[in-house]
Design a protein around this ligand. Structure first.
Ligand SMILES: [Zn+2]
Length: 190
């Protein structure tokens, strides 16, 4: 549910997520500026604003920080972002993928490549090649891990069946939360 509130003269958008597991309210500001308020299932919606006003200093400082960071990043990425960052992305993905694969699965794969895909974070081919978008470098570690695990699991299950998601859950039990966050980022995952 999308909401809006004015904090320190700044109009702040946030979305409310109800969770069966949440015991109390949780605030999260993500690096892309998305602000998510998670509340217990029966939390009264009209109490949220009061709490946000109490925490307004924290919220606004986080939003400002990421806003500045994203502006800088957009400038430095430009059209050459892929050229500049692909080697770094390959190193990061290769290291982390090897770690995660050894720890949880032990699957055999062919090769890892970094691409400049317009619409995808990653993909896995029938030839057991794993492709990742170089922009994975700018995601949080938990999102990177999720994308890597997702593609790794396609080596065993070439679909999005229940079996596939059970395999993902072996490494990331709370993957559903991350899937939701990733949806807000625009690109899809293959
Ligand atoms: Zn997939």
């Amino acid at each position: 549910m999308k909401q809006q509130i004015s904090l320190h003269n700044k109009v702040v958008d946030y979305s409310v997520r109800r969770s069966n597991r949440a015991k109390r309210m949780r605030l999260a500001v993500y690096c892309d500026g998305n602000f998510v308020v998670t509340v217990p299932k029966d939390f009264p919606i009209n109490s949220i604003d009061k709490y946000l006003i109490e925490k307004s200093k924290w919220v606004v400082s986080k939003l400002d920080f990421f806003e500045k960071l994203n502006k800088r990043q957009k400038l430095s990425l430009g059209d050459d972002g892929f050229v500049v960052y692909k080697d770094k992305a390959l190193k990061m993905v290769t290291e982390r993928l090897t770690e995660l694969n050894n720890e949880h699965y032990g699957f055999k794969f062919n090769k890892i490549a970094i691409k400049n895909q317009k619409t995808r974070w990653g993909s896995c081919s029938k030839k057991r090649n794993l492709n990742f978008n170089y922009k994975i470098l700018f995601l949080s570690p938990r999102m990177r891990d999720y994308i890597i695990i997702h593609e790794l699991c396609h080596l065993k299950e070439f679909n999005h069946s229940n079996k596939f998601w059970r395999l993902v859950a072996k490494a990331i039990p709370n993957y559903a939360d991350i899937v939701e966050e990733l949806k807000l980022k625009g690109l899809m995952i293959g």
